[in-house]
Design a protein around this ligand. Structure first.
Ligand SMILES: [Fe+2]
Length: 335
């Protein structure tokens, strides 16, 4: 009898253990993340199940799955998308002493519905020997007609550009943002095409003089299997423009716990882990992003770009101004 009891409680214990899982819907597509998920599993015994897709598809999926959604955590890049998820009501506010203490207020949602995990700057990438970076200081400057035929930048359907324009609206107003966008379009070396890396490659190969790109792509190009990316980036350097009354445009990747998370406790543990020192160091050294946790060291490459002044506007405003930014891009005919 006793043997039977012990056996059945062992079975029960193992089934409880097996039930320890957390379901992640992630837009991030980096190898570092796979490593981090393994680290979390090893540390906690909680199995990480990942669904990967584009952010909008994941947001729509969580929305349509409703109360039956298996998703516990949504990870996306760009504050605009996190704000979209919040506006659709698919997150819940979470209380975490660790996150509250360690993620600065400007890098989390005003209702604690999402927290930033990493930061990235949207910068100008120029040829090392061109000297063009001596001709401008601000993002506003880039719309000056003297840069006609020099700017290469991806399309306006891209959220990184939408957030940059959202920041421009926040610093000035919609009318100013429209005239800036028109000026940028007039200065483009070619009609927008390709991703951030394609812009850097274009300038390296003599198309335009100023590429707009997120910082981590430079790190990724330096350590790329593809020789053409390594060769292109070797000719280039980063310049950090600032807003006239602010700093360099910062965006984030971040995560939130879904409204109907079946494994809420594990979900919070998971996000706390991603904000822990070990995880932050991996983001910083392997994804070439800027850590959100103070005191985390950066990679050699990232440090070599130098320091800069981070912009001071609320990250929440990037999402709040997103719809206005999209309209302005259309009006300015930014493809
Ligand atoms: Fe990206």
């Amino acid at each position: 009898m006793l043997k039977k009891l012990v056996l059945s409680s062992l079975v029960l214990a193992s089934s409880i253990f097996a039930a320890q899982e957390v379901n992640i819907y992630s837009h991030r597509h980096y190898d570092t993340d796979k490593k981090l998920f393994k680290m979390f599993e090893a540390k906690t015994g909680i199995k990480v199940n990942v669904v990967k897709a584009k952010a909008n598809a994941l947001i729509n999926r969580i929305e349509s799955e409703g109360k039956n959604s298996p998703a516990d955590v949504l990870i996306t890049v760009d504050a605009g998308r996190l704000q979209l998820a919040k506006s659709k009501g698919i997150f819940q506010s979470i209380e975490s002493e660790y996150l509250n203490a360690n993620i600065p207020k400007i890098y989390r949602d005003s209702d604690n519905q999402w927290f930033a995990l990493t930061k990235r700057a949207r910068v100008a990438v120029v040829k090392k020997d061109s000297g063009i970076e001596n001709e401008f200081v601000t993002y506003e400057d880039l719309a000056n007609p003297k840069f006609k035929g020099m700017i290469v930048v991806r399309s306006s359907s891209n959220i990184y550009n939408q957030s940059l324009l959202a920041a421009m609206i926040e610093h000035h107003d919609e009318a100013y943002a429209l005239s800036w966008a028109k000026g940028m379009v007039a200065n483009m070396a070619r009609s927008p095409k390709g991703n951030d890396r394609a812009q850097v490659k274009a300038v390296a190969n003599g198309i335009g003089k100023i590429a707009i790109a997120n910082t981590y792509y430079i790190g990724k190009m330096v350590h790329n299997k593809d020789k053409s990316q390594r060769d292109a980036v070797a000719k280039m350097k980063i310049f950090f423009p600032v807003f006239k009354d602010g700093g360099t445009h910062i965006n984030i990747s971040g995560a939130g716990v879904t409204k109907y998370a079946p494994n809420k406790v594990n979900a919070i543990k998971f996000i706390e882990f991603l904000a822990s020192k070990d995880a932050q160091e991996l983001f910083a050294t392997k994804s070439y992003e800027y850590p959100v946790l103070a005191g985390t060291k950066s990679s050699k490459i990232v440090s070599s770009w130098g320091t800069f002044k981070e912009d001071n506007i609320s990250i929440n405003s990037l999402g709040e101004n997103n719809a206005k930014a999209v309209k302005i891009f259309n009006k300015a005919s930014w493809k």
